[in-house]
Write a protein that binds this ligand. Structure first.
Ligand code: F0G
Length: 454
């Protein structure tokens, strides 16, 4: 058995609470069975997300102390811009306050009513911005990407035949841009291959299409390129990064998965496109040399980007996730395989076959797991979808309970605790019933909707 080894030591700690089950039950009821509405003081292991909660390094903390405070033209921003140019080889950079802010700007500039955006798979905020601007999302990952148990190493890849089909049907003018998401979030943090990006690039070149990469989860993806893709085996992480970037026209990312509390950026190859997007930055984000981030955050982000080039750093998430996934598979607990990035994804359709999709099984399991363990996960299934304009439900392809693995935050014994509690819950799964909305927001309802047992 491979056991992951922490390639860091803990120098700052935070005390955790593990409230007794009666209190957990009360807290979950008070939160309307929505883990987003729990108070962190009631949570033992917070596996809601890896966003804004990864551990920072000593070097990131130190960099925050030397930040250059100024509204315009700070040296901190110069360092940030230089780092991005160096990593991605794209000259034009725009800072934003987080990932969805990049999506707002990209969508406002590139999406017009009636256009479509082909992508390997959507992310919640991405789709919301595209739809808000009158566009339609077309998800065209390979069918095997949606198979929950698989040994296919790059389930995030885009089906080239489907892409060519969309171009043939709608014509290139109707395609706002092609979007690839590294470490495809909603299908289980599944990576994309460079070979696939090369094929997509060829289709884009043949049809004059823009290729936009969402690099929010690039750190995990780089690890999978290095370890699963033959052509990358002898390349360094910076070389793989550049190989990916060279195939793209635009790269945007949320910095919240890089050990930062805030931040993001859009890197652009073409100056005209940069100019079109630039006008929106002072409007929504802040001036061009801070974009809604504090200078301290920008310094930490610059170091975070640099540390993402260290194999010992980017291996930590995937190795801990692989351990958790493999141990759960051994116990017969249904999870998405192969293990991806971001976190461990429980396959709820198989975990709770007795709960129909209309009763939000993934939300029900998230609620039950908190009560059984004090672990907070996130529903990633039909609850995270938006209803059709006629009010009918959109049932997601997968009903997942995501247990995110914040990088370098949990010890192996904590991960073992999570495995043990999930195993127990699976043995006692008939205790879990479905949920129904008592309060349903119209947009991104999963964030603050309230539910009750059916
Ligand atoms: N794109 C991807 C692939 C993401 O995973 C996220 C955020 C965003 C864009 C939006 O970035 O939060 O900085 O505005 N994912 C978080 C998560 C929320 O928990 O998976 P943001």
């Amino acid at each position: 058995d491979t056991v992951p080894l922490e390639m860091h030591k803990v120098r700052v700690v935070q005390k955790l609470n593990l409230p007794p089950i009666e209190e957990r039950q009360k807290a979950m009821a008070g939160a309307g069975n929505n883990t987003f509405l729990l108070q962190n003081r009631d949570v033992f292991m917070d596996m809601l997300t890896d966003s804004g909660v990864n551990a920072m390094s000593d070097r990131q903390m130190a960099a925050m102390m030397v930040a250059d405070d100024s509204y315009a033209g700070s040296a901190t921003y110069e360092r940030f811009e230089a780092k991005l140019r160096d990593l991605f080889g794209m000259h034009w950079v725009l800072p934003t306050h987080q990932g969805r802010a990049c999506e707002n700007i990209l969508s406002q500039v590139l999406v017009t009513p009636g256009t479509i955006v082909p992508m390997n798979y959507h992310f919640t905020t991405t789709k919301a911005h595209i739809v808000l601007n009158g566009g339609t999302v077309e998800e065209i990952c390979y069918d095997r990407g949606l198979e929950v148990t698989s040994s296919f190493p790059f389930k995030g890849d885009m089906d080239i035949d489907k892409l060519e089909g969309l171009v043939a049907t709608h014509g290139p003018d109707k395609i706002a841009f092609v979007r690839m998401e590294a470490g495809t979030n909603l299908i289980g943090g599944q990576p994309i291959s460079i070979a696939n990006l090369q094929e997509i690039r060829a289709v884009c070149d043949a049809n004059g299409l823009l290729l936009v990469l969402d690099a929010s989860l690039l750190a995990d993806n780089l690890w999978f390129n290095k370890t699963r893709e033959e052509s990358c085996r002898d390349l360094t992480i910076p070389e793989i990064t550049r190989k990916i970037a060279d195939l793209c026209d635009v790269i945007y990312f949320s910095a919240r998965k890089l050990g930062c509390a805030r931040g993001g950026a859009i890197c652009i190859r073409n100056e005209d496109l940069f100019r079109k997007m630039r006008v929106l930055v002072p409007l929504y984000e802040g001036f061009l040399t801070y974009g809604g981030m504090s200078v301290r955050e920008i310094e930490a982000l610059t170091v975070g980007l640099e540390e993402t080039m260290d194999v010992d750093m980017i291996s930590q998430g995937p190795l801990f996730i692989a351990y958790m996934v493999d141990e759960l598979v051994k116990r017969g607990v249904p999870v998405i395989t192969p293990a991806g990035g971001l976190g461990c994804h429980v396959d709820v359709m198989r975990f709770l076959p007795h709960v129909p999709q209309s009763q939000y099984p993934a939300g029900a399991l998230a609620s039950a797991l908190f009560i059984a363990s004090g672990i907070r996960g996130m529903e990633r299934g039909s609850l995270s979808e938006q209803r059709n304009p006629d009010g009918t439900e959109v049932y997601s392809n997968m009903e997942l309970l995501r247990l995110a693995m914040p990088r370098r935050v949990f010890t192996l014994s904590q991960v073992k605790y999570a495995i043990d509690r999930l195993d127990w819950l699976y043995q006692n799964r008939e205790l879990i019933g479905g949920l129904t909305f008592v309060e349903e927001p119209e947009i991104l309802r999963f964030f603050y909707g309230r539910l009750a047992p059916v």
